[in-house]
Write a protein that binds this ligand. Structure first.
Ligand SMILES: Cc1ncc(COP(=O)(O)O)c(C=O)c1O
Length: 459
């Protein structure tokens, strides 16, 4: 039966249950399977694969393929009729980075990797490390600038063919954390025309909002840690492809490098995916509402909020593209905080002016002790990073933490990581919107912004 997406995801691709079947997928807690000489062994050592992984590996591939038909079949997955592409069961890895690493290692020594200048910093660091080791040459592009991507594809593939080298285009869209949107069909087809291997990190959009394989991507990767599992309680990755040779090589990489998930994590991730549709709808609707309200607040001169970035806002540079390409604008937004503005009447700041010269700066002591900074009444004007940290310190419902895509709302100043490039504003906070009531989420943010502006909580 052809089901609606919400139904399909809840049923996790399972067919009707017969009598006396467990409603949930049984989990094998075993490292190995017995064999009998002379009898075909379908299962062997668990590093090569486990039956308990298969429902999740099939489901994730079915979602990327846009399948809506439940089936018990294994192997090739039928895609949505309008996009007849072949998709094979996904390959689970112990983390998103393990899946990413396996995909990048498809490239032979001396290859070229074209990648977004803004992309998940772990991937960026891995690519940089491989380049520093002389394994590949990196070409960083503005992935939202289609002309730049296509001309880089032209230049790099011309160079690579003279060197008899391979090329891979890595796409992240929306990008982490800048939320830039690539023209996915355009860049993937330009790469395909030049015989360039393409990989898309679909973590932010999820297969419920974007299906890169249907636009011709060779491989899709996810940090299952995020929206797919959805509860911030495990780390996992997946790589999905329809190419049997790539599939076999990724499988071999996983077996040899050993970055496999544990059975309990797979059970939890499958349980998480079954609520993906409702979680995503709820988070995305709140993200849109928060983006709209915060955007209005950014006009308020009394608040240190400079800018709101969200693909759903008309002011987003790729808003139109996002509206046409994505099934929704997603559950992540970012806000940019302003540094304190100097007071023209008192450039040193009010506290500085009123404090006797011999007294130590109390705010300075607090800062040295690592205490949260509050308000604009400290002696020195705060940098945008300090203002952003003051906002984070004043939050009570949102949790300041890295990661995203869980049921609970998280906030993080990205430049606290040295790996985040300088083109990401120092005062940028990434907001991962959970499924709490949007009014509570907004009230907490508003209070934190006011606290950071004035030093006085307003409840
Ligand atoms: C877009 C994106 N891809 C990949 C990863 C890496 O995933 P993991 O942390 O599961 O290794 C992350 C982690 O934050 C991410 O945000």
């Amino acid at each position: 039966m052809n089901q609606h997406e919400r139904t399909f995801v809840v049923n996790a691709g399972r067919g009707p249950h017969g009598p006396n079947q467990p409603v949930n997928v049984p989990v094998d807690f075993t490292s190995t399977y017995s064999y009998r000489p002379g009898v075909h062994a379908a299962k062997d050592y668990a590093r090569e694969g486990m039956p308990s992984w298969e429902p999740l590996e099939e489901l994730l591939a079915q979602l990327e393929a846009g399948t809506r038909t439940t089936s018990q079949s294994q192997g090739l997955i039928t895609t949505a009729e309008e996009h007849p592409v072949q998709v094979l069961p996904g390959l689970l890895f112990s983390s998103g980075m393990a899946a990413i690493s396996a995909v990048v290692h498809l490239l032979p020594l001396g290859s070229h990797l074209i990648m977004p200048r803004h992309s998940y910093m772990g991937f960026s660091a891995l690519a940089q490390q491989m380049a520093d080791q002389g394994l590949l040459t990196l070409h960083r592009v503005d992935i939202a600038d289609t002309e730049q991507v296509t001309s880089t594809l032209h230049d790099v593939s011309t160079l690579a063919s003279a060197q008899d080298a391979s090329v891979m285009l890595w796409v992240e869209s929306p990008t982490n954390p800048m939320l830039e949107i690539a023209d996915l069909p355009a860049v993937l087809s330009a790469a395909k025309k030049r015989g360039v291997l393409t990989a898309v990190d679909n973590t932010f959009a999820t297969p419920l909002r974007q299906r890169p394989l249907l636009h011709g991507a060779d491989v899709v990767v996810h940090s299952v840690t995020k929206f797919l599992s959805g509860h911030s309680d495990l780390i996992m990755g997946v790589a999905i492809t329809g190419d049997p040779e790539i599939h076999a090589r990724l499988h071999q990489h996983r077996t040899l490098h050993g970055a496999i998930p544990g059975p309990m994590e797979v059970f939890l991730a499958l349980r998480g995916v079954r609520t993906l549709a409702v979680r995503l709808d709820a988070s995305e609707s709140s993200a849109g509402e928060l983006a709209r309200r915060l955007d209005e607040l950014s006009q308020d001169a009394g608040l240190p909020l400079r800018k709101v970035n969200y693909p759903g806002l008309a002011a987003h540079p790729q808003h139109q593209r996002a509206a046409e390409q994505l099934g929704g604008f997603g559950a992540i937004l970012t806000i940019e905080l302003d540094a304190d503005q100097p007071d023209p009447a008192n450039p040193a700041g009010p506290a500085e002016a009123s404090r006797p010269a011999e007294q130590p700066d109390p705010a300075g002591d607090l800062r040295a002790a690592g205490a949260p900074e509050t308000g604009r009444r400290i002696s020195n004007q705060r940098s945008e990073a300090e203002v952003a940290d003051a906002v984070l310190s004043a939050l009570t419902l949102w949790t300041p933490a890295t990661s995203l895509g869980g049921v609970e709302s998280l906030a993080e100043r990205r430049r606290r990581h040295p790996g985040e490039p300088a083109s990401v504003p120092d005062g940028l906070i990434r907001l991962s919107v959970g499924i709490e009531d949007v009014e509570d989420l907004f009230a907490d943010l508003l209070n934190a912004l006011r606290t950071a502006a004035t030093g006085e909580p307003i409840r």
